[in-house]
Ligand binder design. Structure first.
Ligand code: CP3
Length: 356
């Protein structure tokens, strides 16, 4: 059965089909910059309690859509649900980001890991996907997501957020076989996880490779992109009579855009350090491009926000294949009114790029 979509701009742009204006969503669009999120977050207990609570996770997913004319919803969850399901003991300490009780530092620890049973250990995510789809009722498409194997490995080996990636890069260079074993396991886990999200109703999926850009070019190709390519090859690409597009986002990965496009996605996500015009010249005939407003632009006055929106639209240029987004997640310190200014500028300026 094909569910009617009232707004398919996002899916059309991913397929590089004509649209009336440039579709938009924001990475981390549900979150702490919204007072209504902070209020609900206070009632839910821990962050993971919120992710596990189907009704609340659904409500939080819909919050930004109530405020802004966004063209897609993104599942409210986290990339670290997979390592959590592998038994690493995820917890969040206020203001400090994620931590693992049992980081994976040795070849023996890697050998002891197992691919989680998605149906059993991550069913709360699929329940959220099903509930959100039914609540959305065709308003906009729902995006599912996962972290890339490399990005998940950074958190699993470091045991927390990191600045220098000392432990994970030690494993990469000192015991590359153990690293490959870990990444291969994660690639299988991510493939299962995203396919389960697609079966539960996710209409597009994005892989967040937040830390791929910390690698050298050969290490990126061998330890990050190769595993994303393996995942893309294993994903369900058509469901309920519709294509399920895949977006690959490597933060700081602009110099590898041709390699990323060759890994088989429908779109490549770019941060603000890459010029869309240059990326489009290199790969625009093969994939759609998503991005790439610096989230810090949203701290500026509305006229400055508008100027940057105009510049980015112009950089991509005329015609389909652009999904407007931030170059990375929105900051918790953003004033929600500035997001309104961003949306207004985009709605006013983008139709001119789609007249033919
Ligand atoms: O985009 C969305 O609105 C969906 C929700 C979403 C969250 N995390 C919710 C969240 C998504 C897509 C993510 C992905 C994620 N999580 C990434 C990749 C994207 C990126 O930003 O690079 C990464 C690296 C993580 C890991 C993670 N989760 C960190 C580092 C932190 C703490 C720092 C921070 O930014 O808050 C989290 C916690 C987290 N995930 C929060 C939210 C709303 C804040 C927790 C809270 O409310 O207390």
């Amino acid at each position: 059965m094909i569910m009617e979509l009232n707004n398919d701009r996002f899916l059309r742009a991913l397929a590089r089909q004509p649209v009336d204006r440039t579709p938009v969503w924001m990475m981390r669009q549900a979150g702490r910059y919204l007072p209504e999120y902070r209020q609900l977050r206070g009632q839910a207990g821990s962050f993971m309690d919120l992710c596990r609570n189907t009704e609340l996770a659904c409500e939080v997913t819909l919050q930004p859509l109530e405020r802004y004319p966004l063209d897609a919803a993104i599942l409210f969850s986290d990339i670290l649900t997979i390592p959590d399901a592998m038994g690493l003991g995820l917890y969040f300490e206020t203001g400090e980001g994620p931590k693992f009780r049992k980081p994976v530092r040795t070849t023996e620890a890697v050998a002891a890991l197992k691919v989680p049973d998605t149906e059993r250990d991550l069913d709360y995510v699929m329940n959220a996907v099903r509930t959100i789809r039914s609540e959305l009722n065709g308003r906009v498409p729902l995006i599912g997501f996962s972290g890339s194997p490399w990005t998940l490995a950074t958190y699993m080996v470091e045991g927390a957020s990191s600045k220098d990636f000392r432990h994970v890069k030690t494993m990469l260079y000192d015991t590359p076989d153990a690293m490959h074993h870990l990444l291969d396991l994660l690639a299988q886990a991510v493939t299962d996880y995203l396919n389960a999200q697609i079966r539960a109703g996710a209409q597009a999926v994005q892989i967040f490779d937040t830390w791929g850009g910390t690698l050298s070019t050969p290490a990126y190709l061998e330890f990050s992109l190769r595993y994303m390519e393996q995942i893309v090859a294993g994903l369900i690409r058509e469901h309920d009579g519709r294509r399920v597009p895949v977006i690959l986002f490597t933060k700081n990965g602009g110099q590898w855009v041709e390699h990323i496009a060759s890994a088989g996605p429908d779109a490549v996500g770019l941060d603000w350090t890459t010029e869309l015009s240059q990326a489009r010249a290199l790969v625009g005939h093969r994939v759609a491009l998503q991005g790439n407003l610096d989230p810090n632009v949203l701290f500026a006055k509305p006229s400055a926000i508008r100027a940057e929106v105009a510049r980015i639209l112009d950089s991509y240029g005329e015609g389909p294949g652009h999904i407007f987004n931030l170059g990375h997640g929105i900051s918790q310190f953003t004033d929600p009114e500035r997001v309104t200014a961003f949306m207004e500028a985009l709605h006013e300026l983008s139709p001119a790029y789609h007249r033919r």
